[in-house]
Design a protein around this ligand. Structure first.
Ligand code: HAS
Length: 554
């Protein structure tokens, strides 16, 4: 497919903004983990409590929101054009990018000037400068423009190809955006109706519990907005890189549709300890959380079978001999299978979190950062970094400056994150809280200090790995192309061992149907929860901004 130069450049700009955000975010990540281990004085520079929370806000917002959103939007543009063989609207691409960039600059300004030290969850009554909320809104509005652009291209393709099944990678794109759009409605209501007027002083009161509930309506499906583009790569690119085929294409489609249904009505599993929501509805959402693990379990089987097929094609024999023959030295393989292996542990820890009563043990402890660095921090983020190398090659003909360092980066990150997560999760089991400057705390015993040291070693390895990535990516960016610029882009999507057949039930290609069911599920599960919350909780006049003198933030 011929991808115009403007879209290739715009995709690069999306990646560059994402990588810059990541570079800033991970630097603060290193400070966090060292500070918690008691290393927070560097000559005259002290990473004190104020910086800790400001840095944690930067870490969360820049890594989890800005890097991911920019990268995902840019990547999905290319997948859309390649799989539909249709052009996106050029002006909407620009409008979306500049809106998101303006939002990022506003929110970053507020955080860097310490006017929005509210962490990435911005729970009231912590209050940020209005610029932070407006910035967050613009990031979301910009991403909605990308959703609109993709939807228009898809609908035009549908009209031109009546009766044709949606290409499987496009199913992944649509699923990602459907989940994102339905999820962001929650946070849009929170920010537009409550937080912006409150931060501007137009409204004097806020209901923290209502705001939290709206946030988590968005906050959990958000994690699948991060995960699904990684799944797109694992399903439709990795099997071919491994030298084989995707085991079952229809199963892949079923998995993506299950995410539309089950990723939305589960946000309350972040609020098991919150007052105001009945335990019946918490239990129902706990059950639905187990349902949302099912598509990932199906994915594990489908992808393991695909890798086994590849290993056997490459000559692997016996029960496990096929694992040895897989291309472990290929940076693209290492950079996707590494995250998959880590995701096994990330997924298991998620199921622990979801188990209603066990959640009481791990909630708000260091266990949780252990969980999410293995999921968003590795399964999603590391796959995106691998994809950035692949996109540089496909869009600009530039292979990685060093394939060896790209492979080393992947394995070093895997080792680092496993050590980090192990340390954090052991601490969590001992009840050590998250989001706390433990280096300054008087109550850590020796065993806990050792575990914090282990987490710091893991965190330092992760930082080193990502530093290798930055150098390699920048060197790749500035080198001469390895192959002449033909403008033809082939993402080399994989073939399937069991492909989709034309007799596939048409309901599996009917996105309107699944959106309608998802909305219905949202209404059924969230209706009573909002009723509970509005009945049992209050609007309060408090507004805190802990590190600003006299709490005057404007
Ligand atoms: Fe989670 C908290 C439950 C998945 C991210 N999660 C978080 C937070 C984040 C996050 C950021 O129920 C913290 C939010 C905050 O700041 O407070 N999570 C789950 C469950 C899943 C899950 C059940 N989470 C994710 C993903 C994330 C993510 C994905 C990001 C991308 N999570 C929770 C809960 C909480 C939570 C509670 C709240 C905790 C609290 O109390 O605060 C499931 O979706 C996981 C299913 C996954 C699997 C693994 C499948 C494995 C695969 C790999 C196969 C590998 C192969 C390789 C084949 C079942 C697909 C083989 C290799 C060869 C060589 C053969």
């Amino acid at each position: 497919m011929r991808i115009e130069r403007y879209l290739r450049n715009m995709t690069l700009w999306h990646m560059l903004v994402g990588v810059l955000a990541l570079a800033t975010g991970v630097t603060y990540g290193l400070f966090q983990v060292l500070a918690r281990a008691g290393i927070y004085k560097y000559g005259i520079f002290t990473y004190d409590t104020k910086l800790y929370y400001q840095g944690l806000t930067l870490h969360g917002v820049l890594n989890a929101i800005v890097f991911t959103t920019f990268f995902i939007v840019g990547f999905l543009y290319i997948v859309t054009e390649v799989s539909l063989k249709r052009k996106l609207n050029r002006w909407l691409v620009h409008l979306s990018f500049w809106t998101m960039l303006l939002g990022t600059l506003l929110a970053s300004w507020a955080i860097f000037t310490n006017k929005a030290t509210v962490l990435y969850t911005f729970y009231p009554p912590l209050q940020a400068h209005p610029a932070f909320y407006v910035g967050a809104t613009l990031i979301i509005v910009g991403s909605w423009i990308a959703v609109l652009n993709t939807t228009l291209a898809f609908l035009a393709w549908r009209r031109e190809n009546p009766g044709k099944l949606t290409p499987p990678p496009m199913v992944a794109v649509l699923t990602t955006y459907i989940v994102w759009f339905l999820a962001t409605i929650g946070v849009a209501i929170e920010v537009l109706v409550f937080l912006i007027p409150w931060s501007l002083g137009i409204v004097k009161v806020v209901n923290p519990e209502l705001a939290r509930t709206l946030f988590w309506w968005f906050g959990h499906p958000l994690v699948y907005f991060w995960l699904l583009p990684a799944y797109l790569a694992w399903y439709f690119m990795l099997p071919r890189i491994a030298g084989g085929k995707l085991y079952s294409e229809p199963m892949a489609r079923v998995v993506f549709i299950m995410f539309i249904l089950f990723s939305l009505p589960v946000g309350t599993h972040h609020q098991f300890s919150d007052p105001g929501i009945s335990s019946t509805w918490k239990a129902i959402q706990a059950f639905l959380t187990f349902m949302v693990a099912v598509p990932s379990l199906l994915t594990a089987f489908n992808l393991a079978a695909s890798l086994e097929y590849a290993g056997r094609v490459r000559g692997g024999e016996g029960l496990f001999g096929w694992i040895r023959t897989l291309p472990w030295k290929d940076y693209r393989f290492a950079g996707m299978v590494g995250p998959m292996i880590v995701f096994i542990f990330g997924g298991i820890s998620g199921i622990v979190n979801a188990s209603y009563s066990v959640n009481q043990v791990v909630h708000n402890t260091s266990w949780i950062p252990g969980h999410f660095h293995m999921t968003v921090g590795t399964a999603a983020a590391m796959t995106f970094l691998t994809l950035s190398y692949i996109l540089m090659e496909k869009l600009f003909g530039k292979r990685p400056w060093s394939k060896t360092w790209a492979t080393i980066h992947a394995y070093l990150w895997v080792v680092g994150v496993l050590i980090f997560a192990w340390g954090m999760m052991q601490l969590g089991r001992a009840g050590i809280p998250r989001r706390t400057h433990l280096g300054l705390s008087p109550y850590m015993n020796l065993e806990e200090k050792v575990l914090m040291g282990i987490a710091a070693v893991g965190g330092t390895l992760m930082f080193t790995a990502v530093l290798i990535y930055f150098v390699n990516f920048l060197m790749t960016l500035f080198k001469r192309p390895d192959v002449p610029d033909t403008e033809e882009v082939d993402l080399e999507f994989t073939e399937a061992y069991h492909p989709e057949r034309e007799d596939l039930p048409r309901s599996l290609d009917n996105f309107k149907l699944w959106i309608a069911v998802a909305v219905l599920l949202l209404i059924i599960t969230y209706g009573p929860i909002f009723y509970d919350v509005l009945k049992a909780t209050y609007f309060v006049p408090n507004a805190f901004s802990p590190f600003n003198p006299l709490n005057l933030i404007k």
